[in-house]
Ligand binder design. Structure first.
Ligand SMILES: *Cc1c(COP(=O)(O)O)cnc(C)c1O
Length: 230
């Protein structure tokens, strides 16, 4: 039986291989382990295998896991990567280190107001609906520059970059298209004077394509934790 530790090693090897193939340094891409619908114990095992950054999709599940792993709070980084409703912003501002799924100024303003002074500014990425799907959350690419400028001006947030969940595609070439579009968008924002360093893109199925297109953080669930429970 493969263990979480085996999977962490295999995923890190895959990431190193992809970075090499892209001509990028081995440590250019951060590995974010996505523990949604996995028990806190699984996250503890992934940490024991060497990982420190964890992504959660659901606010309450993330808060429960943070509490269960409170003994590791100083060494773990917690990232919210799922939808954020405005009635949950206070708990998120008080507990998480990053939010990848920001797509409304109102939510950003609340997070900034509610981020405790005792903590460093909350790291945020704008989620971009890069494939233009009707049902997906995320801001339309055309609206990204204005939202980015407004979010970058908020005192208790630190705008780090962009995140996307593209439509699944079967081939490497097809997978690269939306990742490239997100990178071009980030380059444009930086050319316009922002200083953004994060492209959160790539999951278990398209990690290689994302790394080829410049991902700085990949979000990996299944390849580390196995299939998710119900
Ligand atoms: C579930 C999830 C992931 C990880 O997906 P896998 O295919 O299991 O690697 C990454 N990002 C987001 C936003 C997710 O919801």
């Amino acid at each position: 039986m493969t263990t979480i530790s085996d999977n962490v090693q295999a995923t890190q090897a895959r990431l190193n291989q992809a970075s090499l193939a892209a001509g990028r340094p081995a440590n250019a891409v951060a590995l974010l382990a996505v523990g949604k619908r996995q028990p806190a114990e699984a996250v503890r095992q992934a940490h024991a295998a060497g990982l420190c950054a964890f992504g959660e999709n659901y606010v309450q599940e993330g808060l429960d896991k943070l509490a269960a792993l409170a003994d590791l709070r100083q060494v773990l980084q917690w990232h919210l990567i799922g939808p954020l409703q405005s009635n949950k912003t206070r708990a998120v501002a008080e507990a998480f280190d990053w939010v990848h799924s920001l797509d409304r100024l109102k939510t950003a303003q609340r997070l900034s107001e509610q981020r405790p002074d005792s903590l460093p500014p909350l790291n945020v990425c704008l989620q971009v609906n890069i494939s233009g799907e009707d049902s997906k959350s995320g801001v339309a690419p055309v609206d990204v520059p204005a939202l980015a400028r407004a979010v970058a001006a908020l005192p208790r947030l630190r705008l780090r970059g962009l995140m996307s969940i593209p439509e699944p595609a079967d081939t490497l070439d097809a997978q690269r298209v939306p990742h490239r579009a997100l990178r071009v968008l980030l380059d444009q924002l930086n050319a316009d004077g922002l200083a953004l360093d994060t492209l959160s893109m790539g999951m278990s199925a398209d990690l290689e394509a994302a790394v080829l297109e410049g991902a700085t953080m990949v979000r990996i669930g299944t390849a580390i934790f196995g299939a998710r429970g119900g």
